[in-house]
Ligand binder design. Sequence first.
Ligand SMILES: O=C(O)c1ccccc1NCC(=O)[C@H](O)[C@H](O)COP(=O)(O)O
Length: 263
Amino acid sequence: MATILDTIVKHKLTEVRLKKELFNISYLEQSSLLKRKCFSLSETLKNSKSGIIAEHKRRSPSKPSINQKLLVNEVVLGYQKAGACGSSVLTDNSFFGGSLEDLQLARATTDFPLLRKDFIIDEYQILEAKAHGADVILLIAAILSPLQIKNFTNLANQLGLEVLLEVHNEKELQENLNAQVQLIGVNNRNLKTFEVSTQISKELAQQIPNEIVKISESGLKSVDDILELRTYGFRGFLIGETFMKTENPGESAENFIKETEGN
Ligand SMILES: O=C(O)c1ccccc1NCC(=O)[C@H](O)[C@H](O)COP(=O)(O)O
């Protein structure tokens, strides 16, 4: 049976092919954002006490409606004021209701690291990420070969972008340890069943080399989750729904961050 990732990737292949026909590389090269020096998420996390990366997320395959009404620029500005280390902005439209315009609005409003959260399967999307204001791209090991991850990382790094490599099991991690990424994220959400457990972060933590910043992603709800994962060496924590499901995600993030910094 096809998994949600299979479905998303199938859709993404068509989406990117059509986009490349409509807007070729020289169109992206006109963006003034391409010349910009990126903010470093890995350095920000190394120097942060809380390590929170707060996500803008309207909906997802596991939650059809999280928060559809707030403006992306207000949300990410709230996150920056709250003291988050950066923000993740979903740019996939079909499954998450996000867009590249969201990323560009977030860039225009903030001056902290922005992660383009999407399903990258083509080099075109990496240039597109920088051209719309991203500092970091996500590469998902479950949908790419180790060679693609190496090549995509090289291109991203040449553009000044950092790479967050997402893994969910030992094989995905071990196969890609030499890819030269700056950040490795362990996804606590099983994308086949949508079950969430921080157990996988705890199991894989020791296998991630110390020079790569460790991030735990998804399903993080409480300050206790953060305090426990810190003891396993995690420096970054990607949180979406816990903040986005509230009326004021910035305020929720601020309270959460204050509590993590106090402990
Ligand atoms: O969130 C989903 O349902 C999902 C489904 C399929 C692929 C990816 C998915 N999520 C993307 C993410 O990585 C999360 O948005 C991110 O880690 C934040 O997670 P959470 O704090 O649980 O909202």
